[in-house]
Design a protein around this ligand. Structure first.
Ligand code: SF4
Length: 101
């Protein structure tokens, strides 16, 4: 996935949000962040950047692309198994409305 071009960050809906919303404390709720992401037009590249950066790490924090850490951990094996040029399509699929768990 092309993580070099990051022009999309200019369109991030979370830009004005308090950092504590997108990165809640332990046992905090991700629901406010999820609502912000739901209205964001750049969910797919955002998720792709996070998945590439996190790789196979077991610890993740923060909301990216509308997926919380648990959701990204569950998807990490599939992410790492696909060819890099297939990842943009996978991120797009996972960030479509209605995708759960
Ligand atoms: S998808 Fe969510 S975390 Fe990513 S840029 Fe948009 S609002 Fe921010």
């Amino acid at each position: 996935m092309d993580t070099e071009r990051q022009d999309w960050k200019m369109s991030a809906a979370c830009g004005p949000a308090d950092g504590g919303i997108m990165f809640p404390p332990p046992r905090g709720s991700y629901e406010p962040a999820r609502r912000i992401c739901a209205g964001c037009s750049v969910r797919a590249p955002c998720l792709g950047l996070a998945m590439d950066a996190e790789g196979g790490a077991s610890y993740r924090h923060g909301m990216y692309g509308g997926l919380d850490p648990r959701q990204r951990i569950l998807r990490a094996p599939q992410w790492l198994a696909v060819e890099p040029d297939q990842r943009a399509a996978l991120a797009k699929l996972w960030t479509q409305a209605g995708v759960k768990a």
